[in-house]
Design a protein around this ligand. Structure first.
Ligand code: FAD
Ligand code: NAP
Length: 332
């Protein structure tokens, strides 16, 4: 079996895994845990590796490659359907499946790479929709209490690119999700980058999916040809006092006020104004259309990437006094 972790991360960085185990059933999960415990190696569950960076030291990890499959309708009413999705399904395949049924709720999350099982980990989001908007339950193996259990959405602490699963890494192995999707016409996403494309059109989830896929193809690199892991930093959230103080020295700084009154800054704008070019290396460049996306254009090492990330954080901190938080999951 190919143990090269470069092939299991869309950033194409990583050493050789100690072992890679395919997970196709609940029984495979128990076997993988027992195997990793016997070898005294950390067990890391992955989907498509589109938000994961691995150390390039060899033999560090046992990898559980999630491949549990299946999508079905669990409940069907006049207003909504509850869809059951196994963790190893491709997320975008699930979006396509539900949009083809005329359902709405996740069409704005079209084109996000990765598996369904990873969607709750960072509460995936795009164009104003978050996975938390539709989640009903997450089923998972709880490695602390050594049992399979089902968590209600309210127990998952889903926040901006955050969840109970992200807060407690290596604790839960997600096996299945249920999501609730509407049979009503969806609202137009209120994002300037796509809003205009809906003018004069009949709105439905298929149209929103088409517009989102087209826009993403224009603005983001295809990880199959240009290795990347999407956005490398979260948008920082600041209080109004912090914002006013930054605004004194940077009056043009763009911001978005969230429903709870917290102010979201645009990390891409902060990077663009903070000597970002000096942070690039021979192998790691910013994607020219998006300063949140770093691309591995050569054969970048793990240390090289970490250096780039820390230099970006330093230059943004020096200019704005803001500590950017790295978004992808880093396995040292
Ligand atoms: P992986 O990278 O394999 O895993 C991510 C994390 O989840 C790891 O910590 C892993 O251990 C854990 N994990 C994975 N599966 C399981 C499981 N079954 N049980 C327990 N833990 C698990 N994200 C967004 O939110 N919005 C976007 O618009 C977006 N756009 C992107 C665009 C590009 C070009 C790329 C490359 C990435 C983008 N991402 C985006 C990030 C990424 O696609 C998502 O975070 C996605 O959910 C990751 O899925 P994956 O299966 O590849 O996860
Ligand atoms: P965009 O639509 O050009 O927007 C740029 C930035 O402004 C984003 O950070 C977005 O915040 C923010 N923004 C724009 N309109 C907003 C509004 N009405 N309300 C609140 N915030 C607003 O972004 P893009 O780079 O082309 O990406 C499109 C969408 O896909 C974004 O939602 C982005 O988050 C998502 N995406 C995520 C990743 C990832 O890896 N996490 C990668 C690519 C794209 P938000 O980021 O909070 O939406």
């Amino acid at each position: 079996m190919n143990l090269d972790l470069k092939q299991y991360s869309t950033m194409h960085i990583g050493g050789l895994a100690y072992r890679i185990l395919n997970i196709r059933s609940e029984a495979d999960i128990i076997s993988a845990i027992n195997y990793a415990d016997t070898c005294q190696k950390p067990l890391i569950v992955i989907g498509e590796g589109s938000n994961s960076i691995f150390s390039d030291e060899d033999d560090k990890f046992v990898i559980a490659h999630m491949q549990m499959k299946g999508i079905s309708v669990k409940e069907d009413t006049a207003e909504y359907q509850i869809i059951r999705i196994a963790a190893g399904e491709s997320w975008d395949h699930c979006v396509a499946y539900t949009v083809a049924k005329g359902l709405s709720g996740i069409e704005s999350l079209s084109g996000i790479p990765g598996t369904a099982g990873a969607a709750p980990i960072q509460n995936i989001g795009a164009y104003g929709t978050e996975f938390s908007d539709v989640l009903v339950t997450v089923s998972a193996y709880d490695r602390i209490h050594k049992r399979f259990r089902t968590l209600k959405a309210s127990e998952c602490n889903l926040g901006y690119r955050d969840s109970i699963f992200k807060q407690n890494p290596n604790t839960y192995i997600i096996t299945e999700l249920t999501i609730r999707l509407s049979k009503s016409i969806p609202p137009i996403p209120e994002y300037a980058s796509i809003k205009d494309q809906f003018e004069g059109q009949i709105i439905n989830s298929a149209l929103i999916r088409d517009v989102v896929l087209r826009t993403r193809a224009e603005k983001l690199p295809d990880y199959k040809t240009v290795p990347n892991c999407g956005s490398f930093f979260k948008n920082p959230l600041v209080t109004s006092d912090q914002f006013e103080s930054i605004q004194k020295s940077h009056p043009n700084i763009p911001s978005f006020t969230t429903q709870s009154g917290i102010i979201k800054l645009y990390a891409g704008w902060l990077i663009e104004h903070a000597s970002y070019k000096l942070c690039e290396t021979e192998n790691i460049l910013f994607y020219e259309k998006n300063k949140l996306v770093l691309t591995n254009i050569g054969n970048a090492s793990y240390d090289e990437l970490l250096l780039v990330l820390s230099n970006i954080q330093k230059s943004v901190h020096e200019l704005f006094g803001i500590q950017l938080e790295v978004e992808p999951n880093i396995f040292k």
